[in-house]
Design a binder for this molecule. Structure first.
Ligand code: TRP
Length: 464
């Protein structure tokens, strides 16, 4: 375990006591973080909406040129420092204490994202049960929306499922980095791939599947507006889980002899592949049964249950499989979010990993439950005109991740020593880094500008 030799008492490792044990484990854990609700309910829908193949092309450019560059940046900062966000920045630039605030912002962003993520993951977990016991299959197409709305407005049922989901996540974190996160990711990610593939086969063998495939893939550049281009960029960042310090923490767990460039390339490619496969699993089936394409909760909790019902008895099996898939994708993402906060608390307080996990889990449960109740008992409670869930959603989609991401690329591009970056990317001179000048250019100029555009257009749109 190469990273083990670099640990001292005040690194995160002292309490979490080891990083990932293998390259494969590291990649599976990071792919687990990246593959989440965004891949399944957001990517396929925006791809179809903004011109299919045309959108995919733009997305590929952004995800490899900006998303992957950010991932490499976070890995470099994390692995070089062996610390969580606030200290990771300070370690790389000890003379500029102010950078620690960027670290705090990253941890806060993770807390906000996970609090929202567990709400939706709880809904998903409930829908596994709902489809398994036949509740969904007994509903008519017209009743799906009503069923969903009354479930999320229920005073305690969604909170109960949020609790179940969050506690499962917390148990995995309690297991530790290798025996919890890595072990679980190494099993769940291949399972997830198999589930997506099975659903893909079912979907493309349905009658008229080609309509859905056409919606997804046929390139239509007239639909690719400026809005579509921005959506591609925003999705490229969100989908790779970059811009909130998660990959700094995972970076600190990456084995010392792993090639950061190759690892990031594999993670980016796998995440993109799964997003495209999710589209193939969903849209041919949606069109085949005469439903309208949609994204987000509407797609997952209303359109798809109707599609599964149209498949007859076997539909139940596919429904359970689909919601299970979605819950797995959400679980491995939630793990990385919780880990970031727990690792930070562990490092910056005298609490042990187990106590840190308990404290953070209680905080997530509290904020998550409040967000969840924004659809029910706390409907009337508004912050700046939004209910709590929508308020947190705005923070998470418009403000926090781009701000953290801009800070992170500026930190590496303009504050760290070039030689240190090369040293880390080349594993102290043992790997060739012929790509470096392109990477350095992207991180110093292209990424900050692109991120600023995302931030400002997001703010402007939200004010309109
Ligand atoms: N990438 C996740 C998805 O596609 C969402 C996400 C964004 C995330 N930032 C994250 C997950 C940080 C874990 C950690 O759904």
């Amino acid at each position: 375990m190469p990273t083990a030799t670099t640990k001292t008492n005040n690194t995160i490792m002292s309490d979490n006591n080891q990083g990932f044990s293998s390259s494969f484990g590291a990649i599976m854990a990071a792919v687990g973080s990246a593959v989440g609700l965004g891949n399944i309910w957001r990517f396929p829908y925006i791809m179809g909406k903004y011109g299919g193949g045309a959108f995919l092309l733009v997305y590929l450019v952004f995800v490899f040129m900006i998303g992957m560059v950010l991932m490499m940046t976070e890995f470099v900062i994390g692995r070089r420092s062996q610390h969580t966000p606030p200290k990771a920045f300070l370690h790389n630039r000890p003379d500029k204490k102010g950078w620690k605030y960027l670290g705090y912002l990253c941890v806060f962003t993770c807390l906000m994202i996970i609090s929202q993520y567990v709400v939706i993951s709880g809904w998903t977990t409930h829908y596994i049960v709902d489809s398994a016991v036949g509740t969904l299959s007994s509903l008519q197409a017209g009743d799906m929306a009503q069923h969903f709305n009354s479930f999320v407005a229920h005073p305690w049922l969604p909170v109960l499922f949020l609790l179940i989901f969050t506690i499962i996540t917390a148990f995995i974190i309690l297991g530790g980095v290798q025996k919890g996160i890595e072990a679980v990711s190494k099993i769940l990610m291949p399972v997830l791939l198999v589930l997506v593939l099975v659903l893909c086969v079912r979907s493309i063998t349905l009658p008229n599947a080609s309509i859905g495939l056409k919606y997804l893939f046929s390139p239509d550049f007239s639909k690719l507006s400026g809005e579509g281009i921005l959506a591609a960029l925003g999705q490229a960042l969100f989908s790779l889980s970059v811009g909130m310090g998660t990959m700094i923490v995972y970076g600190s767990y990456i084995p010392a002899n792993d090639n950061i460039f190759k690892t990031s390339l594999m993670i980016t490619a796998s995440d993109t592949l799964i997003a495209v496969l999710a589209g193939v699993a969903i849209f041919p089936a949606v069109f085949s049964f005469g439903q309208e394409p949609a994204g987000g909760p509407g797609l997952v909790f209303q359109v798809l249950p109707t599609v599964f019902n149209s498949m007859g008895n076997i539909g139940t099996v596919f429904a359970v499989m689909f919601f299970f898939l979605l819950a797995l994708a959400a679980l491995t993402s939630a793990i990385s979010l919780l880990e970031t906060i727990v690792a930070w608390l562990c490092e910056s307080s005298s609490l042990k990993r187990s106590s840190s996990t308990i404290v953070v889990t209680i905080a997530v449960l509290a904020i998550g439950a409040l967000c969840s109740m924004a659809y029910g008992p706390l409907k009337e409670f508004l912050i700046l005109g939004d209910n709590l869930f929508d308020f947190v959603d705005k923070l998470n989609s418009i403000y926090l991740p781009p701000i953290c991401a801009i800070g992170t690329v500026i930190f590496l591009g303009w504050q760290m020593k070039k030689d240190d970056i090369i040293d880390e990317l080349s594993n102290h001179g043992t790997l060739k880094v012929g790509y470096f000048k392109y990477y350095y250019f992207l991180v110093r100029f292209v990424a900050p500008i692109a991120l600023l555009v995302v931030l400002f257009t997001g703010i402007i749109n939200s004010l309109q």
